[in-house]
Design a protein around this ligand. Structure first.
Ligand code: FES
Ligand code: FES
Length: 172
């Protein structure tokens, strides 16, 4: 019988910009974006943890939106702009947060840190007036097995505090 269209086992050609560089590759339709980045492109910043959308280790930006790289298929990124922690870091987008994480000892093994930084950067941009409780809530989808979260929340609050207008009321 004649087959119609492509099957899940046939590679599909995609073109995607990652951290400013365009890549054209053939990928199997079942390959997730984070696997594509790590295994095909050697871009290792987005980590693999649960592979089920729970831990946040694979957090990256797809066309400017924070997504879980383990829940997006590489073929869904065809024609899109992907940014990982490497790209965001090179642009200087994470510099304040990186400094604050360092100053507050907000990482130990560092496995969660790329995803945590990407999520924190989204928070700093989207909710500059976030309370400490809101910071906790915002990063609650990013798991850290080492730090107990306090230092991470402290680091993010430090960045928010530095950006607040002089004389603004103290953070709740
Ligand atoms: S590896 Fe994607 S959310 Fe855990
Ligand atoms: S620093 Fe180890 S998992 Fe967060």
């Amino acid at each position: 019988m004649q087959r119609q269209g492509k099957t899940m086992s046939e590679p599909v050609k995609i073109s995607v910009r990652v951290n400013g560089t365009r890549y054209v590759r053939s990928v199997l339709p079942r390959i997730h974006l984070v696997d594509f980045l790590r295994e095909e492109l050697g871009i290792m910043g987005a980590r693999l943890g649960c592979e089920h959308g729970v831990c946040g280790a694979c957090t990256l930006r797809l066309d400017g939106e924070i997504v879980r790289g383990c829940l997006v298929l590489a073929v869904q990124a065809n024609g899109a702009e992907v940014e990982t922690v490497e790209g965001a870091s090179d642009r200087g987008d994470l510099a304040e947060l990186q400094q604050a994480f360092h100053a507050r000892n907000a990482l130990q093994c560092g496995y969660c840190t790329p995803g945590m930084l990407m999520t924190a950067a989204e928070l700093v941009a989207a909710q500059p007036d976030a309370t400490r409780a809101q910071v906790r809530e915002f990063i609650s989808g990013n798991y850290c097995r080492c730090t107990g979260y306090h230092a991470i929340v402290d680091a993010i609050c430090d960045v928010l505090d530095r950006r607040r207008a002089p004389g603004a009321p103290a953070r709740a």
